[in-house]
Design a protein around this ligand. Sequence first.
Ligand code: UDP
Length: 339
Amino acid sequence: MAEKILVTGGAGYIGSHTSVVLQEAGYEVLIIDNLSNARADVPHRIAGISGIQPAFIKADLCNEKDLDYCFDRHPDIAGVIHFAAYKSVGESSAFPLKYYHNNLAGTINLLKAMQQANCRNLVFSSSCTVYGQPDQLPVSEEAPLKEAFSPYGNTKRICEEIIRDQAGASSLQAIALRYFNPIGAHHSAQIGELPVGIPNNLVPYLTQTAAGKRESLKVFGRDYNTHDGTGIRDYIHVVDLAEAHLEAIRRLLEQKNKEAFEVFNLGTGTGYSVLDIINTFEKVSGVRVRHEFTDRRAGDIESVWADPSKANRYLGWKARLGLEEMLRSAWAWEQLLGS
Ligand code: UDP
């Protein structure tokens, strides 16, 4: 019988892609999501891609009763992949309590419910923001954690610590996946990133500019110490990222993990600048992107890219899709948004 995986935040950007990949690998998927930042038709769209309707419960992790209901109805959950969290860096600085409450209480409630239900396997959605501006590039999991630039980043770091401590004190086995910059969309263009309001992130802003929804893309800073003066990041296709979650939960279910709490970087290992992104986008889409240079954005670091060799080695996973594919899929999604 197929093992059942609970995906919290499974209607969101990375959660929806991961749900599809899990179903395609033969797992049964149960999604819980409060739909605070996702469209209600996402489970249906997932079914449209995979041919299998995922079970869905509209639930809020901050509400313990919702979680009890979920684990009572599904006592056979073999593992959990935990995405549900607020994720806007800017909003987190304006409303820190909202972020600390939602992201920390949600995670603590989930851990309690898992313990009660005797569910031992957890994959956690973390971020490379825990490294700040690293002293050495590429950044490996050995790099020291730096003070977070935002309450959002801090919640990722604190949640990792809470999970690590719980894994040390109970039978919990957990993997934290530290993402670099996820972009792109499923090749079906049925699921993708759904920015609410004005996007903060580069690629949604860029595709909206290309689509005529925004006047001009602001390039934040051209005086960085990089090949063209603009900031460098490690962009990774969301489908590659989703596949890493499959390998991580498999590692736990098959008890191949070496420690009760493990962390892995998920990136391609290659950094691209903002101008590299604009140029590649123009090449694959044939659309020019109006852009202008402005001051650096507060809190931005100059360059960061991953050393993904630990994930390559222990998860047997490697990012396969290149930058052109990432931007082509992001553009296809933008053009179909709303349909
Ligand atoms: N960026 C930009 N204009 C924008 C949004 C982002 O120039 O409208 C730059 C930003 O300074 C950084 C890169 O694009 O160098 C990626 O930023 P994003 O917000 O997508 O991700 P972050 O790495 O900050 O999490």
